[in-house]
Design a protein around this ligand. Sequence first.
Ligand code: NOJ
Length: 533
Amino acid sequence: MSREWWRSAVVYQVYPRSFAGGGREGTLAGLRARLGHLAGLGVDAVWLTPFYPSPLADGGYDVADHCGVDPRYGTLDDFGALVAEAGALGIRVIVDIVPNHCSAEHPWFRQALAAPPGSPERERFVFRDRPNNWISKFGGPAWSQAPDGQWYLHLFDAAQPDWNWRHPDVVALFERTLRFWLDRGVAGFRIDVANMLFKQEGLPDVAAPGLTPLRPEAGATPYENQPELLELYRSWRKILDGYPGDRTTVAEIWFDAAEHAEPYLGGDGLAQLFDFRLMPCPWEAAAFRAVIDDSHRLARRSGGSIPWVLGNHDVPRMVTRFGIDQDLVRQPTAEVLLGQVEVDVALGTRRARAAALLQLALPGSAYLYQGDELGLPEHLAIPAERRQDPMFERTGRAFIGRDGCRVPLPWSGEAPPYGFPAGDSPELGTWLPQPPGWGPLTVAAQEADPGSTLALYRRALAERRAHPALGDGDLEWLDLGPDLLAFRREPGFTLVTNFGPGAAELPSHEAVLLASGPLDGSLLPADTTVWLR
Ligand code: NOJ
């Protein structure tokens, strides 16, 4: 029996507002016009972050209508055309579902605000006469006051009220939403904040409310991992299984310990959940190995699938993470949160290329974030008045937020808007400004350069498709010393990543399949990965 496609899939994350324009912002038509880039890269699927009608208080994760397309991106017909055209290229389309909260502009929340305390309209949300001590993931209190004095819960921005998942209307709304998009041919859903929907009855205070925004949690707070979630996801799985073609669910769950992820996976539960723990890893063989080992064992034990992630729209880009003093990755200081940090882009790029080859050789599925295939660094110098992420203001500007990894992609040319384009008023530029100096990083420039990061990703994905050892399966660690991460996959594949400061001797091999940088005879230079036969 053939295993489901998603167990081995390489999925490319599209942030529609910044993928391809359009004008100042990306559109679905822009994405359709650039599907050739994704086909050339060789990905199996795209995941689109929210493109639903939204006031964009949180980049579209504040959904005002779950079954529509925001006019800024196009129409439902554009979405249909996207699914069809991507499908013709062998690319599946996964969409985001955002079930923890909606937009304050959602009709049901407007009705709730207009209705009195104790009304049925308010029961779809979490209204209380007094707030508890929970902190928003974006900083500040997790409660805001309605004009009549009652408080409503929002684990994120005040413009993102949390649903009451014990209300049947909410359950039904999301079942309708799943079917709506499944009927339009989506291959699955990425589930936003998948572990927080249900809150413990009584909403008890948390012991330590001072959490750093968006960092992984303990996993045991009263708003995480409540037992009702398991039943909910079993019911969703049944809905998906009623459709042909192995549709998937991939959950956003930040976990530290496997025990907080395990209950969701396997059997009739969620198909997949992300492992985000490689993203905060310093460039260190032992740190990478510990995460890989733990997740791989969890996947084998549970029968679920745990895609590997090195970047997404919530985390500083890996070129920048790997290009700073790695002690600052271990222990970020206030300066790091403000982006006031020295970055060695050349070093970060070498390591990011090595990390990409490591990610793509691991057993299972991999998610790539748009722009990582170009080796883009984080854009740290966005002026304060142009920043859009609500975390910036909600943390009292103590954290610059996530805009720096959401900058529109550079397609061609030597200067902004790098072929994005910038629409009728080019002086306004793209919605988030692009930095100068990205000319050599554009798609056009990298297509012409066989040594580019784009060329490396293309070769890696082609090799991954062709090689019987890659994708889903197992690995066997090789111990080659503390600075080297090495494993074998059968038949006939060995990976070595050199995390150390000096060159290292390669193990015996028949041929070099691919390397993230130049080799030095039989030596593997620092910050380099090699795939061997
Ligand atoms: C996770 C999303 O990836 C992030 O961008 C968003 O701000 C929060 N969930 C809230 O929806």
